[in-house]
Design a protein around this ligand. Structure first.
Ligand code: TYM
Length: 334
């Protein structure tokens, strides 16, 4: 692994089928960074169990997510791609960082509040301390940059606070990471309720476009996306539905907003939605094809899993040993 490159860490939960929001807010940006940075991309299965999961389904979703990482173009030779649960140092550092995270900080986390409202029957301690584990993910690898969507901003700020607090006590142990939140695609909204974000756990399937949705399904969901009564395609806060579709169009076609508005200046909403749907299909279809090719190659996937865990383990051990020493744990006798 190149030592002179800056390091990137990011991750995704295998808690459901991934959406166009996950792709545009994260995955698509990750592929653009892989040549210039030393990147670790994790499948954060330990985070996923903060919400009750079916074991067989979680295993399948984790493998599917790994396949999708590869299919969007993440190269396992250039990046370290691995399952969080295969590197136990995440849990160990997570515990230590719990002791450097205040309950007042955790109480303020909006994702915790949202999840409590959604899973009122299972408000567990893991859900509460989720942000300290996320801080451990990032700090374990001394990441400089963390490419995520807008919804992770608060967690990232807390990670920085925890790192600075720890460094304040023990010296420069952790790199204090910066967020990398792109201007386009960082907050893709639900198609039928564009005032809230597109989410893989949404019960209304028409709100989300999945990475693996077939073209006809994508076109159909687009057709049913919420618009407004104006019939004018332009980006404006009072037009959340149309603005969201414009944002999606710009992100998948790499078009500037002003150019997209010009392109659709004189067309009706029906034609506009068809164009957005077709652009999304054009982007996702080749990825879906690659997913099917890669998932058939079991030996290749297994090798990626094994190598990824080994590479991650090597870096993680270095940081964890340093932290354990700093906090005063006795050295191991070998
Ligand atoms: P997760 O699994 O919810 O989402 C994965 C990534 O997708 C982004 N994202 C979106 N971007 C744009 N529009 C949307 N509608 C949208 N929905 C999701 C997220 O911002 C994220 O980048 N806590 C994290 C996982 C995590 C992590 C980490 C990330 C655990 N440890 C360390 C970075 C670094 C999460 O739940 O992401």
């Amino acid at each position: 692994m190149a030592e002179d490159k800056k390091r990137i860490f990011s991750g995704m939960q295998p808690s459901g089928l991934i959406t166009l929001g996950n792709y545009l807010g994260a995955l698509n940006n990750w592929t653009k960074l892989q040549d210039d940075y030393d990147c670790l991309y994790c499948i954060v299965d330990m985070h996923a169990i903060t919400v009750r999961q079916d074991p067989a389904k979680l295993r399948k979703q984790s493998r599917d997510l790994l396949t999708q990482y590869l299919a969007v173009g993440l190269d396992p030779e250039k990046n370290t791609i691995y399952y969080q649960s295969h590197v136990s140092q995440h849990a160990e550092l997570g515990w230590i960082l719990n002791c450097f995270t205040y309950m007042g900080e955790l109480n303020r986390m909006t994702q915790f509040k949202d999840k409590c409202a959604k899973h009122a029957d299972n408000i567990n301690a893991g859900l509460y301390t989720y942000p300290s584990l996320m801080a451990a993910d990032i700090l374990l690898y001394q990441a400089d940059l963390v490419p995520v969507g807008e919804d992770q901003r608060q967690h990232l700020e807390l990670t920085r606070d925890i790192a600075q607090r720890f460094n304040g006590v023990y010296g420069d142990v952790f790199t204090v990471p910066e967020g990398y939140i792109s201007k386009v695609g960082a907050k893709i909204m639900a198609l039928q309720e564009p005032e809230r974000k597109m989410s893989k756990s949404d019960e209304n399937k028409n709100n989300t476009i999945l990475l693996m949705d077939e073209p006809a399904v994508i076109m159909n969901k687009m057709k049913r996306a919420m618009t407004d009564s104006e019939n004018e395609v332009r980006f404006a806060p009072e037009k959340p539905g149309i603005s969201n579709l414009l944002g999606i169009y710009c992100a998948v076609t790499d078009t500037k907003m002003a150019d997209a508005e010009r392109e659709f200046a004189n067309v009706g909403y029906g034609t506009f939605k068809t164009a957005v749907g077709e652009a999304v299909v054009a982007q996702l279809e080749p990825i879906q094809k690659r997913v099917h090719e890669i998932e058939a190659d079991k030996a290749y996937l297994d090798a990626v899993i094994k190598n990824g865990a080994e590479k991650a383990n090597y870096i993680a051990t270095r940081t964890l040993s340093k932290v354990q020493k700093k906090v005063g744990f006795p050295p191991r006798i070998r």
